[in-house]
Design a protein around this ligand. Structure first.
Ligand code: SAM
Length: 225
């Protein structure tokens, strides 16, 4: 189903994506380097193969999407990831963002709510040789077993910043989280200082699918209309 091979053509298209991201203002060399290494076409169905390096989100099934590369780059930059950081990602989805974080040198813990996506994409990532710790469950509660985390990245739109995530953030840690209704969020960057004080910064617009679960949106409000 997935094309694992990384041909010269795909590599060339990937370099084209880096040019597009630079034109859009992405200038962080580490993040561009990571995006230049992760073969995005592998995460997409054959039908989308020729478009894998367009700067667009694409469906991955179950009503969910692989994030737009610009969004992955922007969230990765806001997160200020350093090598060796323990990063909790909420919303594994296709696993593309997870691979970018791993390529940046993070130790990644990633949670996906949807069982079918979890099975398909954690299996794919393992076949590709990307090693993260995965779990199928409600990421809106965080992952207390492995807390605290240096960084927490939420890749779905939450109604509010869950207290559970703030509690599981290490001192000097950062959470990047879109907050607001379906595809109409503000991207927030939350910092916890060495004394545990919390500050929040509005980093602009975001357009994600909703975060579900206990600290997320009620599934019925999005799927029964
Ligand atoms: N990071 C992904 C990527 O690189 O392709 C994109 C994620 S997609 C925009 C959002 C994902 O969040 C979906 O796969 C959805 O099933 C998942 N999700 C929604 N609510 C969740 C929750 N409470 N816990 C974990 N995952 C959740």
């Amino acid at each position: 189903m997935f094309v694992i091979e990384d041909t010269y053509r795909q590599q060339g298209l990937r370099r084209g994506l880096l040019r597009i991201l630079k034109e859009k203002g992405i200038d962080n060399p580490e993040v561009l380097g990571a995006i230049g290494k992760v073969p995005r076409h592998v995460f997409l169905e054959r039908a989308f193969l020729e478009h894998a390096y367009d700067d667009k989100a694409f469906p991955i099934g179950e009503g969910q999407t692989i994030s737009q590369p610009y969004t992955v780059a922007r969230q990765s930059i806001l997160l200020e990831v350093q090598k060796g950081h323990k990063v909790l990602e909420i919303g594994t989805g296709s696993g593309y963002q997870c691979c970018v974080l791993l390529t940046l040198g993070a130790k990644v813990f990633s949670i996906e709510y949807n069982q079918n996506l979890f099975r398909t994409y954690t299996n794919l990532l393992q076949r590709m040789g990307y090693n993260a710790t995965f779990r199928c469950g409600d990421g809106s509660l965080g992952w207390p077993t492995y807390a605290p985390f240096d960084r927490i990245l939420v890749t779905a739109g939450a109604p509010a910043v869950p207290d559970a995530l703030i509690a599981q953030l290490a001192p000097n840690g950062i959470i990047v989280i879109p907050v607001g209704a379906d595809r109409q969020q503000r991207m927030l960057r939350i910092r916890k200082d060495a004394h545990g004080n919390i500050t929040s910064e509005d980093c602009g617009e975001a357009a994600f699918v909703p975060l579900l679960g206990e600290n997320g949106w009620d599934k019925t409000s999005f799927f029964n209309r």
